[in-house]
Design a protein around this ligand. Sequence first.
Ligand code: FE2
Length: 415
Amino acid sequence: MELVIKDARITGREGLTDIGLEGGEIASIQPGLKGEKEISAEGNLVSPSFYEIHIHLDAILTEGDPRPNQSGSLWEGISIWAERVKRLTPEDIRARVLKALRWFVAHGVTHIRSHVDICDPSLVAMKTLVEIKKEAAGLIDLQLVAFPQLGIFSFDGGEELLQRALEMGADVVGGIPHYEHTREYGVQDVKFALDLAHRTGLLADIHCDETDDDQSRFLETMAAETIRLKLGGRVAASHTTAMHSYNNAYADKIISLVKKSGMHVISNPPDNSVLQGRFDHYPIRRGLTRVKELLAAGVNVAAGHDSVMDPWYPMGAGDPLHTAFILLHYGMMSGRQDRQHLFPMLTSRPAAIWGNPHGLEAGNPADLIVWPVPTEDDALRTIPPRRYVIKRGRIVAETKPEKSLVLGETVKFLR
Ligand code: FE2
């Protein structure tokens, strides 16, 4: 074996084991393996690496520039970003994205799906991110979504820009029906994006119903079109926060339809926990989609951060554990059974949206995290630095955590 991780604890498996890696894949999982190079998990958790399945890299680390989002609303965020887009340069994008990618890698992220705003006639962000994607390959895999932030039909030239972005190298078709000027444009937005995915063979990931308006119902159009065009498995609906506010009879119908369509759903707890409910007086709605109900219906649901320090969300450090921690609280997923969904929502479930095999099984890619704590619950509680991050069998990040931070071992009690 090229690399062996000794004394690893794997969720759902009794006792400790070794994990042998060879040729970029997991070659064997059993005790007593010998490797050319060996590292020890010291009895701690080894998990699959994280997929950051929904982020906006073009806007990352721009918080406060040109001005802070005072209301904290999605709409103020979009208008601030529309100003910032005009000052984008390759150098500006490159400096911010490369800084953030290091943070993601250090936190165990090996794959990132980034939406990239294409409502800019220069398409400078897409062009620069296509270059960065090539340069970063091997360290972190990028998947780029052609994302029409200001609408396909409500922004002058939106249709053409979306198609040009795909020709430039975008991997996924995006959309934003709830932001279009009219409901009719919104339906057109979904149909245009999914038809494009159908014709090009690409995946689709649409920002859908990211609003508290219980009349925003583009998810049903997405599901119906996915069924009609036989796109099941290739389409993801991001955010779908309006589902929080649907009446229960309609929510039940739409969840069944989403399941039938084979669509994936991506929830974005950090951003939507602060962006939603901004027009409410008490009681204030939570504004996440119905994660538990979708999972119970058998829908593949993953969780993405959405933003790190940008006009929509001023916090974050490129750590998917923050996403899971917030989801546990806002999605009321603190029950033991519900908690077991949280790691898969950052690992195997987003990998399925991407179309990749992922998980601790022989033959799968050797994309792993070695933790300094024994369980997923401990990782979530303490959010510790990752001990090792392994991408395709190669150690790409290593952190020696302070024991006092993780276990309190250096704290001396007073008598
Ligand atoms: Fe988003």
